[in-house]
Design a protein around this ligand. Structure first.
Ligand SMILES: [Zn+2]
Length: 69
């Protein structure tokens, strides 16, 4: 994937967490009802943690992810 900002080839990887991962408008520790869940929660992810495929640009220090449907 090419970076949307600079066109550099991005490195594929994963955002990882031992807990659920959300995007929210505030930086509070607990998720609010308006937050967007970035990965589905299954029994497996509940036990092993979550990961989301993402792409990293070392030039811009940006990460791009696609939300799961
Ligand atoms: Zn870039």
């Amino acid at each position: 994937m090419k970076c949307l900002c600079c066109g550099n080839e991005m490195e594929k990887g994963f955002i990882k967490s031992s807990h659920q991962i959300f995007w929210g408008k505030d930086n509070g520790f607990w998720s609010s009802g308006d937050d967007i869940r970035l990965a589905k929660v299954t029994f497996d992810t509940f036990v092993k943690g979550n990961s989301i495929e993402s792409f990293y640009c070392s030039n811009c220090q940006k990460i791009i992810i696609s939300l799961e449907k």
